[in-house]
Design a protein around this ligand. Structure first.
Ligand code: SF4
Length: 241
């Protein structure tokens, strides 16, 4: 059984094409900008079986077109690696594309087997600067970078995702350092900039928690344009979501 927080049936933001998006429960990171803080707790969610999810995907397969498929996001989906290996194998038997949106923090035999079954990894690279990454997420970026190197070594597709937060991840020097770090990677097909927004702020209130980024504004058009122009020096494709 997979611990599922929620399901989005026609997602267009988590990978290519139209997708069924499964958000799993549980995450070890504590990102200050987390838009889904209710997914962080390791307990909770609703149990869904692999066959239930495959049935749901099959019903929507006609809408996936040539690019779409199923994305598992979170929370942090790799916490559920064993169940997801089974799910992705079953989806591949039905010829359905699989994507995994991950913070990359877990690299072990189970997650390696899962990455083998994953057509596209959406890797959330939150900060290249280790100290700032710690501030932003409560964790080191060491494992995320190790996962990127591992994925590159397997020759399989990966997109990077980068949440642009004023004062936390928009420093020009950090954006350049990230580009320099990944510039020789051959299997990063694109980088997506996700401008920080405040739409999830009400969820903190609902949980009785203080929004850690209260008072932080969304990045300006100029800040986003600057990030795009820096990343364009290093990556084949830059998109803003
Ligand atoms: S990794 Fe994702 S789910 Fe986990 S705290 Fe960060 S933004 Fe939230």
């Amino acid at each position: 059984m997979l611990q599922v927080h929620s399901v989005e049936t026609f997602g267009t933001h988590e990978g290519p094409g139209i997708r069924l998006v499964i958000f799993t429960q549980g995450c070890y990171f504590r990102c200050l900008y987390c838009h889904n803080p209710d997914t962080q707790a390791l307990s909770g969610g609703t149990d869904m079986s692999v066959s239930e999810i495959v049935t749901l995907a099959e019903k929507q397969k006609a809408y996936f077109g040539k690019d779409g498929g199923v994305t598992v996001s979170g929370g942090e989906p790799t916490i559920h690696a064993k169940e997801l290996i089974e799910l992705f194998r079953a989806l591949h038997e039905k010829d359905i594309h699989t994507a995994l949106d991950t913070n990359g923090a877990l690299l072990n035999d189970d997650t390696k087997a899962l990455y083998e079954e994953t057509d596209l990894v959406l890797l959330d690279t939150k900060q290249i600067n280790e100290a700032k990454h710690q501030t932003l997420t409560g964790m080191s970026n060491e494992n995320t970078l190790a996962l990127a190197a591992y994925r590159e070594s397997t020759g399989k597709a990966m997109w990077l995702r980068y949440v642009l937060v004023p004062g936390y991840s928009d420093d020009e020097a950090d954006l350049i350092a990230l580009g320099e770090y990944f510039k020789d990677y051959r299997h990063i097909e694109r980088i997506e900039i996700l401008p920080y927004h405040t739409l999830g702020a009400y969820k903190y209130e609902k949980l009785g928690r203080k929004n850690p980024l209260e008072g932080v504004a969304m990045p300006s058009k100029e800040t986003i344009a600057k990030a795009v122009s820096i990343f364009e020096r290093y990556f084949k494709k830059v998109a803003v979501r």
